[in-house]
Design a protein around this ligand. Structure first.
Ligand code: NAD
Length: 352
């Protein structure tokens, strides 16, 4: 069972809970807007269903409300920033604003963001850059639970390490490719488990390393307190990309890599290695615009495959979902809603 709620109602609910958990109203509103935008974009895994986890992390001290970035190094085209375990939605935007300003000034910026609490949908940061005509590339690692099995391995060793690239297209909506390097995002397993659904074969292994379609193996402890694991997307190639995310997003940023047994702490720490480039400063702007548009037009002329809606560019499904869900509301399953109500209770907020 589920209920369908307007985006505005969800924004107010989340704002009230996060304010009760210690955030200023302004911070709570910004985090709420970001989470609800993830729901609107079709990514319920990174939407309001994260609130219970955020509240637990605040209560444990792993997520620090009202905390901004600390700039550790600033050079002509380099930025090293510590997110100091502030809300990723806040410190991520602050760090990106600095990287964008630098890329506009010098033509490019390499930005290392360490110790951000959960950054949510990484595409949000690419969207900040493409709106200003900039290309943006992101390698992100996740320290919460080692939930993804390495290619050839039989248990979880690292996180769902997302990769994202945003490319502005002149006169057209941008290309925004944004995905977890696991076959599916961990949050989608939480949503499937809460809805009582099985998942596609080839997505998961159980706590003994055997294939399973039960999303519970990565959501709730299995016999002996063990968890199963997600598999990498794209076999050895997706696995390799996930490791690039760990090495760049975790090690090179100074945020840290995962190399210890799982614990039960609720904080989710992201490190994000970002490259922002201004095509107008690279000297290829006119070729870039001409060739990008010619290619996209060529691509779109491919005849639709049987039972397909035809060729789409990354970013299109999210824009389509936003139009639909703005109009129809956002569906929240009953289990997720119960968890949100319980999270509110923990901090003294009443959820209607
Ligand atoms: P997904 O599998 O839904 O893939 C999304 C990407 O594929 C988008 O760029 C989308 O535009 C594109 N896409 C989807 N269908 C398409 C089609 N038919 N044609 C062309 N392009 C298409 O995403 P996911 O792996 O479930 O990740 C969901 C979200 O989770 C992402 O926003 C990611 O940043 C986020 N995430 C965050 C963390 C974190 O720790 N902060 C960790 C993992 C994932």
């Amino acid at each position: 069972m589920s209920k369908t709620l307007p985006a505005a109602h969800l924004r107010t609910t989340v704002t009230d809970i996060l304010t009760a958990a210690g955030s200023t109203r302004e911070e709570a509103q910004a985090v709420a807007a970001n989470l609800v935008l993830a729901n609107l974009s079709g990514h319920d895994s990174h939407g309001v269903g994260m609130v219970p986890r955020y509240i637990d992390a605040v209560l444990e001290g792993g997520l620090k409300p009202n905390t901004g970035i600390a700039v550790k190094l600033e050079a002509p085209s380099l930025l090293a920033i510590d997110g100091q375990r502030g809300y990723g939605q806040i410190v991520g935007e602050q760090a990106m604003a600095r990287a964008i300003a630098k890329a506009q000034e010098t033509g490019s910026c390499v930005m290392a963001l360490a110790n951000a609490h959960h950054l949510g949908r990484i595409g949000h940061f690419a969207e900040m850059a493409v709106q200003r005509g900039l290309v943006s590339i992101h390698f992100v690692n996740v320290q919460s639970r080692p939930v993804v099995a390495p290619w050839g391995g039989g248990d979880g060793r690292y996180g769902t390490n997302p990769f994202c690239v945003g490319v502005p297209l002149p006169g057209q909506p941008p290309f925004v490719l944004d995905f977890a390097t696991s076959r599916v995002a961990q949050g989608k397993m939480r949503v499937a488990y809460n809805e009582g659904r099985q998942v596609e074969p080839g997505t998961l292994i159980d706590e003994k390393g055997r294939p399973t379609t039960n999303p519970g193996v990565v959501v709730v402890p299995q016999p002996g307190g063990m968890f199963g694991a997600l598999l990498a997307f794209g076999e050895h190639k997706g696995y390799g990309m996930a490791i690039a995310c760990e090495l760049l997003g975790g090690a090179l940023t100074g945020s840290g890599t995962w190399h210890r047994p799982a614990d039960s702490l609720r904080a989710v720490i992201n490190g994000m290695f970002t490259i922002v480039v201004d095509p107008a400063r690279l000297g290829t702007q006119s070729e870039f615009e001409r060739e990008a548009l010619a290619f996209v037009e060529w691509l779109k002329q491919s005849p639709p495959a049987p039972d397909s809606e035809g060729v789409m560019l990354a970013g299109e499904p999210e824009r389509k979902a936003r139009r639909e869900r703005e109009a129809a509301g956002i569906e929240v399953d009953d289990q997720t809603w119960r968890e949100i109500v319980a999270a509110g209770k923990k901090v003294g907020a009443t959820v209607e």
